[in-house]
Write a protein that binds this ligand. Sequence first.
Ligand code: SF4
Length: 206
Amino acid sequence: DGLSTITAASIDTLSTHFPMCMQNLHTNLKANSHLKHYGRLQYTLFLKGIGLNLDECIVFWRRSFKLMTDDKFAKEYKYNIRHSYGDVGGDANRRGRGYTPYSCQKILTEPLPGAGQNHGCPYRTFTVDNLTALLQKTGVNDRDLLRTVKEDVGKQRYHVACNRVFEWAHRREIKKVKDDGSWSATDLDTIVHPNTYFKRSWLLKH
Ligand code: SF4
C-alpha cells in the first residue's frame, strides 16, 4: 500500500501525517538533534507502528543525533531501540515482538513532561497559547475550529480536540470517501491511537 517500504529517509515526508504528539517529537528532535528518554520511547514505538523496521529505525536515530559520536550512540542508545523492537532483553514474552506502540489513553495518563522533555500529548501538556501556535504552524488556522479546540481542552477532552483537528484537516477527503461510499462509518470511528491517526491520514490523502 505504499507504506511497505518506509525507510529512515521517508520519515520527514511522512511526518505531515503525524498527530501533534508525534509532530512535536519530530520537530524537537530536528531542532535539538536529541530527545530525552520518554520522548524517544514514545516516538520509537510509534515509528515501529507505522512500519519502520529495526535497521531503518536505528539509521533514523543515528542520523537524527547529528552531534553524537558513533561510539556514544552504539553504547547508550542503540540497545534501547533494539529493546523496543524486542531484538534484545525483555522477558520471553516480549522477545521478538518488543513493546506495543502507545495509545492515546496511555500517552494521556502518563506523568507530564518536565523541563526539556517533549513526550506526551500537546493537547494536554501545552498551554493554550502554545498549542494554538503549534496548530497554526501545521496549517490549522480556522478561527472557529481553534476556539472549539480551546473549549475541548478546557474540559480536558484532549482526544476530542485531536479528532476535531483531524476531521478539519481532512474534511475534503472525508467528504469524498463518504459520498462515494468507499469508506464505511467504522473506517471513520473516533481515533484513539496515534498510529490510527497516521494510517487514516495517509490513506485519505493517497
Ligand atoms: Fe496524539 Fe492521541 Fe494526543 Fe492526538 S489525542 S495528539 S493522537 S496522544
